[in-house]
Write a protein that binds this ligand. Structure first.
Ligand code: MN
Ligand code: MG
Length: 651
């Protein structure tokens, strides 16, 4: 490999098209430039295509990153291309292979095929590699023309990590050739060791329990590093499919890259899992992190975004010192495939690599057919035309799927047995999106691409543990979307136009009414207006008044649990489960497993009746077809502005 690369670098330097990196240009005798390129969290994104929306997308895809790879290789005399995990799952192509086509012996997984085409030198496992089970994983890895390493997942545990019978090789030592500043070729040994968050045991319990065990990342690394050195590694790179978090090691920590980087013997660290970029200002305030130097605990590090958005780069200037090599200087970078312009539009910085596209063209075409074809059926129409005025099937299905998922995730935890509620909001509900901006999937077949309509954002699943009082206040916060209505008033405009529909959470698992005659407890941003105000009445759980002191688990998403919308009780402090799965994936899996879904709204909430009082609200004209299915006294009331249709509700 080094011969081809060196010739390329030579050509590049003599023709002047590519600027050699200073380490390559100025390396002295016995000094060499070693460039490590990282892709991470590809999640099966090879084509620059959004299969959910069924349209091209310039911000994703290994085919785009690949175009960077060629330039980046040309800038350096010596390079390694490494993937940092989460490649098998995360878009409909991954689901298509896992659920439809399958992996027969001898099949090559398309993302592996693309990686083979690019000549990856190695990879590690991410947590999502376990999503389809161990058999699927091992069949997929069998097609890789490069080693895949992970040290902290064991088939059998030994007395210390190095005695474990690991699922796959814990580390590899690559025999690599580097050319020094004088043009002399040297053999060097590059040790690569991989880690995944031990939380996989909970996240993929159904596949992993009884089959494998996970170890703490830092503990495992400490045990193996002397052994890798002993085995002759000149340079050791940690492939940490783990985020950049606390600098203090704690047992079983998920985002362990900072303390890991601080261990003796690690020369460079590739990070990931968080779908962020390093170096970047995102990490400016983190202990042990130097954003300007691109280091964690002084060790060069990178994180290459996600879905192929960036190429992470670590440049090492290494020097031969007797028989050993040491790093004398380092630089790190994350190079993007697209830029966001000032007007929020996106411009691609590179075209797709044709060879990479060609390597998965067949599976790409099959995936297009898959997302356009039914994967299940719905025996009720899924629409959101009345989602803000009555319980609604498009919100109900999200709620049901979240509940199904969080119930599985709570099993075996200290929270098992607590009542589980589910919070979901209509994302497409007209408003500033216009009169066509609604979910509208007819009864019958449901295709994957319809699911993006049901769940617009790539949020990830979360659960929070809250009190009955917080459940009530959560609903009070939601109820702020409605204007106050005086008893007996006629044709009052119902909705506050400044209140986005994605902050109108309906909570399933409890029943309640909203008393519109009362003032709202919170304003449109979630700021407390009046602590004594209460619109939520008859709040019940299991047919009895909800106990405000009781505890509940609420299934939700990362936006809400992270404090988005400023909902009482929904905070990082109350978060007891951070799922690796997107809510959208949860819905797809639910539909695939159920075959036929029955997303009928269960009318668990309604407005408190107010005799002789009417309100008006505007929705899409297509709503008229569903008028008889709405659980409210509702009639047409002419046209609203801007193409909306107007309806009158008798409260
Ligand atoms: Mn990931
Ligand atoms: Mg409901």
């Amino acid at each position: 490999m080094s011969i081809t690369l060196n010739r390329r670098a030579f050509l590049a330097s003599t023709t002047g098209f590519i600027a050699l990196h200073p380490f390559s240009a100025h390396a002295a005798t016995n000094q060499a430039h070693l460039r490590i390129m990282e892709t991470t969290d590809l999640h099966v994104h090879v084509f620059p295509y959004d299969y959910y929306a069924d349209r091209p997308r310039d911000t994703v895809g290994l085919a785009r990153t690949a175009s960077l790879i060629n330039d980046i290789r040309d800038e350096a005399t010596n390079s390694l291309l490494i993937d940092n995990g989460d490649f098998l799952q995360g878009n409909p192509m991954g689901d298509y292979i896992a659920y439809e086509r399958g992996m027969k012996d001898g099949d090559t997984h398309p993302v592996i095929q693309a990686m083979n085409t690019l000549g990856f030198d190695a990879s590690t496992l991410g947590n999502h590699e376990f999503n389809y089970g161990l058999d699927f994983l091992m069949k997929s890895l069998a097609g890789a023309n490069f080693p895949v390493v992970n040290a902290n997942i064991a088939l059998e545990m030994g007395s210390d990590p190095t005695k474990d019978k690991t699922l796959i090789p814990p580390y590899v030592i690559l025999d690599h050739k580097v050319t020094d500043g004088a043009g002399v070729e040297h053999d060097i040994k590059v040790g690569l060791i991989g880690f995944v968050p031990p939380q996989v045991m909970g996240w993929d319990r159904r596949h992993l329990e009884g089959n494998v065990q996970a170890r703490d990342i830092v503990e495992t690394a400490k045990a193996y590093l002397p052994q890798i050195k002993e085995a002759g590694a000149d340079i050791i790179v940690a492939l940490s499919h783990s985020g950049i978090g606390s600098a203090d090691a704690s047992d079983g920590m998920e985002n362990a890259s900072v303390p890991l980087a601080g261990l003796d013997g690690i020369d460079a660290i590739l990070t990931g899992h968080s779908h962020l970029v390093f170096p970047s200002p995102d990490y400016a305030d983190f202990a042990g992190v130097d954003v300007d130097a691109g280091t964690l605990m002084g060790t060069p590090a990178c994180m290459g975004g996600f879905w192929g958005s960036h190429m992470g780069l670590i440049d090492l200037l290494i020097e031969k010192d007797g028989n050993a090599w040491r790093v004398v200087s380092a630089e790190t970078e994350a190079r993007p495939i697209s830029v966001r312009n000032e007007d929020r539009s996106v411009s691609a910085l590179v075209e797709s690599d044709e060879a990479v596209l060609a390597s998965v063209q067949v599976e790409h075409d099959e995936t297009l057919a898959y997302v356009r074809r039914a994967v299940g059926k719905t025996d009720a129409p899924l629409h959101s035309y009345f989602a803000l005025v009555a319980d609604d099937p498009s919100v109900q299905i999200v709620s049901i799927a979240q509940l199904w998922y969080i119930e599985q995730m709570m099993k075996g935890t200290e929270h098992e047995g607590l009542p589980i509620l589910s919070a979901a909001a209509p994302f497409k509900a007209g408003g500033r999106g216009g009169p066509e901006y609604f979910t509208d999937v007819p009864m019958g077949d449901v295709a994957i691409k319809n699911v993006s309509d049901l769940y617009l954002y790539p949020n990830t699943a979360r659960a929070v543990r809250v009190t009955g009082q917080q459940v009530k206040d959560w609903l009070e916060r939601s109820a702020g979307i409605f204007n106050q209505v005086a008893p007996g008033a006629q044709d009052v405009v119902l909705l506050n136009p400044d209140f986005p529909s994605y902050n109108f959470d309906v909570i399933d698992g409890v029943t309640y009414q909203i008393d519109l005659s009362q003032p709202s407890k919170y304003d449109a941003k979630g700021v407390l207006l009046d602590a004594s105000a209460s619109r939520i009445v008859d709040l019940s759980y299991n047919g009895a008044p909800l106990d405000l002191a009781a505890e509940f688990i609420v299934a939700t998403n990362n936006y809400r649990a992270g404090g988005g919308g400023n909902f009482p009780g929904a905070t990082p402090e109350t978060t007891v489960f951070e799922g690796p799965d997107t809510n959208r994936d949860v819905i797809v899996r639910y539909i695939v497993e159920q075959g036929t879904i029955s997303p009928r709204a269960d009318s668990n909430w309604s407005f408190k009746p107010m005799e002789g009082t009417t309100v008006l609200f505007d929705t899409g004209p297509a709503a008229t077809a569903y008028l008889d299915q709405v659980d409210a006294d509702i009639e047409q009331a002419g046209d609203g502005p801007d193409g909306f249709a107007r309806f009158r509700i008798s409260l």
